[in-house]
Design a protein around this ligand. Structure first.
Ligand SMILES: NC(=O)C1=CN([C@@H]2O[C@H](COP(=O)(O)OP(=O)(O)OC[C@H]3O[C@@H](n4cnc5c(N)ncnc54)[C@H](O)[C@@H]3O)[C@@H](O)[C@H]2O)C=CC1
Ligand SMILES: O=C(O)[C@@H]1CCC=N1
Length: 272
């Protein structure tokens, strides 16, 4: 069984890279000193250096000290990054985890080497607080590497293994999805202000209500419509509001947005 010594390089420590680093430390998967963070402008990482993370602008140097290499740059930035790290790669040692949208394991192996162990992961920003929905996929990585990736992401939320051809769909539903639900909460709070609450209390009420809705489904293992049926009293105010929202395209707009995001998620990377 391969042993991972726990040194993780997160290359491209922007929004998702930093969220991942915070989540792994919070979950005790790794200590800050075991995680190297890189970014083009290293000055932006100084708060993390103060917390004990290793910060660097030299991708190849941190890859040389790591077992697990997380590729967390934009799809459009990935080819350049892979060119930078190729000389430092040890194909027998490194596990590559790519969170880049729309870049296949085969695309990455084409750049890093045919023997590279590559797993794709699609987390969302709730990873920072251990509440990510992370989908993972590979085409060729060995079972022990997949197990390690599963173990890593299970410390920071729920994990579902999927076929690689569904990764762009997972991107839209889960990674972009967190923004869609957040916008829903924001819209609800704005409605709350129109009907009489101050903005801060309206937001607090909308957030707790959304949390209750999600927890109902998680804890009762029920279907949303089952729970909705319990709220909609005959001739009542809930069904009146709900139907008004549907007449205005509520479900339809969410479905259409998710479909467009999925299309876009698959078209961000250009092979070289
Ligand atoms: N933001 C999110 O919620 C999620 C993003 N992703 C994926 O994660 C990747 C990153 O997305 P974000 O974090 O949103 O973008 P971001 O722009 O916040 O972060 C990317 C970081 O990479 C750095 N960077 C670019 N080239 C570099 C290089 N050669 N060496 C070192 N650092 C470099 C940039 O300076 C930037 O800080 C994308 O591929 C995206 O598809 C996946 C899941 C969720
Ligand atoms: O918006 C994006 O392209 C990235 C991928 C998933 C979440 N954020």
């Amino acid at each position: 069984m391969k042993q991972f010594n726990g040194n993780i390089a997160i290359l491209g420590s922007g929004n998702i890279g930093i969220s991942l680093a915070k989540g792994l430390v919070k979950a005790n998967y790794a200590k800050p000193g075991q995680i190297s963070l890189t970014r083009r402008n290293v000055d932006h990482l100084s708060p993390f250096a103060e917390q004990g993370f290793v910060v660097s602008g030299d991708n190849a140097a941190v890859v040389a000290t790591a077992d697990v290499v997380v590729l967390a740059v934009l799809p459009q930035q990935l080819n350049q990054l892979m060119d930078q790290i190729r000389p430092a790669i040890d194909l027998k040692k490194h596990l590559f985890i790519s969170v880049a949208s729309g870049v296949s394991c085969a695309d990455i192996r084409n750049k890093l080497g045919a023997e590279a162990q590559v797993v794709r992961a699609m987390p969302n920003t709730a990873i920072a607080i251990g509440q990510s929905m992370t989908c993972i996929a590979t085409d060729q990585a060995s079972a022990e590497y997949m197990e390690e990736v599963t173990r890593m992401f299970e410390t920071v939320g729920a994990v579902v293994k999927i076929n690689e051809d569904l990764m762009t769909a997972a991107t839209a539903l889960c990674a972009c999805g967190i923004a869609f639900f957040l916008r829903g909460i924001r819209a609800a709070s704005q409605g709350g202000v129109e009907i009489g609450f101050h903005a801060d209390e309206a937001l607090k009420m909308a957030v707790q209500t959304a949390k209750g809705a999600a927890d109902l489904l998680l804890q009762m293992q029920s279907h949303p419509e089952q729970e909705i049926d319990k709220v909609t009293s005959p001739k009542g105010c809930t069904i009146a509001g709900l139907n008004e929202m549907e007449h205005n395209g509520f479900s339809s707009s969410l479905i259409k947005g998710i479909k467009l995001s999925a299309q876009k998620a698959g078209a961000l990377y250009t092979k070289e």
